[in-house]
Design a protein around this ligand. Structure first.
Ligand code: WTA
Length: 639
């Protein structure tokens, strides 16, 4: 079986998987050759995880937009590429054919060139979910500029941290974004961020909400005005080496500030396309609806790049699942005849709470495949999704992956390999997972009671879509992902594996939280809290939450108690919102006299985690603590 062919059965999968592992270079070379290369590659892979130093198709030259757009024009010029569903259902949906999108991307690429953007420059994109966001991203890629999309929910401070880290001289934004009943004032957040970033030369502003905004002379320009000037531009796809960076996407780790994960042009392209087609088994003419925001990796790979590379129809939704009511997703499915719906467990759980009346009279028969991503899906949510949305006839792909992996790593293939509630199941071809203990030794032994092996999930061989570095600090990439276990990429997740090789992801084993599918580092939240006036120190842990999956519990030591704790709590959350964004607000803030520490001063998070989870009888040994009495106090006053 040729690697390029669609896998159509479990036996196919097994054959293809074996080939991908026994001769990875031949396997990936064959797949990569199906793309348009301006200069074909002759080298397939060089790698070591000690640098790390991973290079795929290194001497090849290509442009990803040529593969997303130009190559489809002869066959699909007049077919739909992007369908846009606006925030308010009564507004008209818009769509772009491949030919229109191609032209729009070239026009905006010309605008970028006119504003002085050059190949290799970093461009920060801070927009809502409008088609121009996809156009902006693709226009950067067209001219070889490195896009760094920042989710519209991040604060001014987070944006300026990212602008500084990436040394980005250009920003693309819009006056405001619609989200349900709210207008998010994007441009004014950018203005605040730029007070600290005078190196930013140009800000391109799209008019969307018609909110009043300030426009600075010589720095800010209007999208529409600049587009008007370029007419029908022709911008050739810039020649990019396969290993040139395509984009930076910031994500949280267990320490310090978010890191800029770097993905490259060639490998990411191959991986995004391959995983999209194999996992969702996309069929010609179908409409794919991924509900993520392009500010996260899921939107990059499965709203923009994966579908467009495959010549598919992709739907962009501006709004939220509960506006104007909680039936919005199902209205969209019915209205546009969505075939593939890819969403997050947190969205499913929040919609579950509204019951099933909402499905009455809704025609969801166009759906063929359902998908989930971002966090472990509990069985109850899986079944609800399966029965009420998929009418028990659509396979659910449970796709495990990360910002760093570029695309889906472990998942069943829709309708081809079996699905199983709460199990991501099998690794994709080319992915060689391994479970290790805390010393890095492989765990083989199946526990006879459970039938599973458990361990920390690592990957032992490179794949084309893996991160290459963390922007501006290669050693951080090594420390974060490759230093824990020699010669392994460490995911930060724990997992079970059964005898048939299926994986079930149990969640993070490091200090990273997953709140409503958003990755948040506990250290980041602590740093924000510690900057609040009167806070001496803090410790942040996660606890299980019915809808969010995990919620944030902060234990905070304050220097004085002159204010009531309710007010302190509110103000601490205000500081978190200002420094990170509302997504990182703590659900519970307990003001405590002291934190449980070892004699060497280390905070015992293990104990705090147990307290937050309500497992007061399982705190473990507290006798080694400097002052065991703080634990009693914290337990008594637990929120
Ligand atoms: C978690 C999102 C269980 C996991 C694409 C991972 C999942 C983190 C799943 C990455 C899944 C993602 N089952 N857990 N299907 N998908 N995760 O970088 O903990 O935002 O490490 O990428 O989400 O989050 P990120």
């Amino acid at each position: 079986m040729k690697p390029l062919q669609r896998i159509q059965s479990l036996e196919d999968y097994q054959r293809v998987y074996d080939y991908s592992v026994s001769d990875p270079e031949a396997f990936w070379a064959e797949i990569a050759q199906s793309f348009v290369w301006q200069k074909p590659f002759t080298q397939v892979l060089q790698w070591d995880f000690d640098g790390p130093n991973v290079r795929w198709f290194e001497d090849g030259v290509l442009n990803i937009t040529e593969n997303c757009l130009d190559r489809h024009l002869p066959q699909k010029g007049n077919q739909t590429a992007i369908v846009f569903e606006p925030n308010r259902p009564e507004e008209d949906a818009r769509s772009f054919t491949y030919a229109e999108l191609h032209q729009a991307v070239m026009n905006f690429a010309q605008v970028l060139l006119n504003q002085g953007v050059k190949k290799g420059d970093r461009v920060c994109v801070y927009m809502g979910m409008v088609p121009e966001l996809a156009i902006a991203v693709l226009a950067c890629a067209r001219i070889g500029a490195i896009h760094s999309v920042v989710f519209g929910g991040f604060s001014a401070q987070s944006i300026s941290d990212r602008l500084i880290d990436a040394n980005a001289h250009f920003v693309i934004t819009q006056d405001g974004a619609f989200r349900g009943n709210k207008v998010i004032p994007l441009k004014s957040v950018i203005d605040e961020a730029l007070l600290q970033c005078d190196f930013v030369q140009k800000v391109i502003v799209l008019t969307h909400t018609k909110t009043s905004i300030s426009m600075l002379k010589d720095r800010d320009v209007w999208w529409e005005v600049e587009i008007e000037k370029v007419g029908q531009a022709h911008v050739a796809p810039a020649p990019m080496n396969a290993e040139d960076p395509l984009f930076i996407l910031y994500t949280s780790g267990s320490t310090g500030k978010p890191k800029g994960v770097v993905h490259t042009c060639g490998g990411y392209m191959v991986w995004a396309n391959y995983t999209f087609e194999q996992v969702f088994q996309y069929q010609e003419g179908e409409l794919h609806f991924c509900t993520a925001d392009i500010g996260w990796i899921t939107g990059h790979s499965y709203i923009v790049y994966g579908p467009l590379l495959a010549g598919a129809k992709t739907l962009m939704f501006e709004g939220i699942p509960t506006f104007p009511d909680h039936g919005r997703f199902w209205d969209i499915v019915e209205k546009h005849k969505v075939n593939i719906l890819y969403t997050a467990p947190t969205a499913i759980r929040s919609l579950m709470g509204f019951g099933t009346d909402v499905f009455q009279g809704k025609d969801l028969s166009s759906l063929r495949v359902l998908g989930t991503v971002g966090e472990p899906i509990n069985e109850e949510a899986w079944h609800w999704y399966h029965v009420n949305v998929g009418k028990s006839r659509c396979p659910i792909v449970d796709t495990w992956w990360q910002t760093e992996t570029g695309g889906i790593m472990i998942s069943n293939l829709a309708g081809v390999t079996p699905d199983r509630p709460a199990w991501a199941t099998l690794p994709l071809p080319g992915i060689q997972p391994i479970l290790v203990d805390e010393h890095g030794n492989e765990n083989h032994e199946i526990n006879p009671e459970t039938g599973f092996v458990h361990g920390n999930l690592c990957v032992k061989f490179p794949w084309p879509g893996m991160l290459r570095t963390t922007y501006g600090d290669h050693s951080r990439c090594y420390t974060n992902y490759f230093a824990t276990y020699k010669n392994l990429y460490f995911t930060g997740d724990g997992a079970y594996r059964d005898a048939a090789g299926n994986y079930r992801i149990t969640g993070r084993v490091d200090d990273v939280l997953n709140v409503s599918g958003h990755r948040i580092g506990t250290a980041e939240v602590e740093n924000a809290i510690n900057r609040h006036l009167g806070v001496v120190e803090s410790a942040v842990v996660g606890y299980p939450h019915d809808i969010k999956g995990q919620a944030i519990y902060a234990f905070v030591v304050c220097s004085d108690h002159t204010h009531e704790s309710e007010m302190i709590r509110r103000d601490i959350n205000e500081t978190i919102t200002k420094l990170i964004g509302a997504i990182a607000k703590a659900d519970k803030i307990q003001i405590v006299k002291g934190l449980p520490k070892t004699r060497s001063g280390k905070i015992m998070r293990r104990i705090l985690r147990k307290i937050a989870e309500g497992e007061l009888d399982h705190l473990g040994d507290t006798s080694t603590l400097l002052d065991p009495s703080v634990v009693d106090e914290i337990c008594t006053e637990r929120l």
